[in-house]
Design a protein around this ligand. Structure first.
Ligand SMILES: [Zn+2]
Length: 102
């Protein structure tokens, strides 16, 4: 019986691919995840030089949303993030706190 590494769906009717992904999770992995990774990388780069609170918070929001979709794949070791996950979470949190005080 196969079980998806990402959404944990399991059953005899479930087929998983070479990475242990069901078809729904594999679709995202092979199609949209690169876009989300790019959003994440661009947001991090932008946040390192941004000096406008509204722009920073917009980038943080985009980064958080992309990371939310990538997170289970990162935890399963299927994707390399720009920073290790705990480090990235801590960095995003500190950036959010910093900009919300402005
Ligand atoms: Zn799945």
């Amino acid at each position: 019986m196969a079980k998806c590494k990402i959404c944990q769906v399991k059953g005899f009717a479930i087929e998983t691919d070479i990475n242990g992904l069901c078809s729904d999770c594999a679709t995202y992995f092979y199609t949209s995840m690169q876009d989300d990774l790019k959003i994440l990388e661009q947001s991090i780069a932008a946040l390192n030089r941004i000096n406008h609170p509204a722009a920073a918070l917009g980038r943080l929001d985009a980064a958080e949303q992309a990371l939310q979709r990538i997170r289970p794949y990162a935890k399963a070791g299927l994707v390399k993030l720009p920073m290790e996950l705990p480090e990235l979470d801590a960095w995003l949190k500190s950036m959010t706190e910093q900009w919300q005080e402005e």
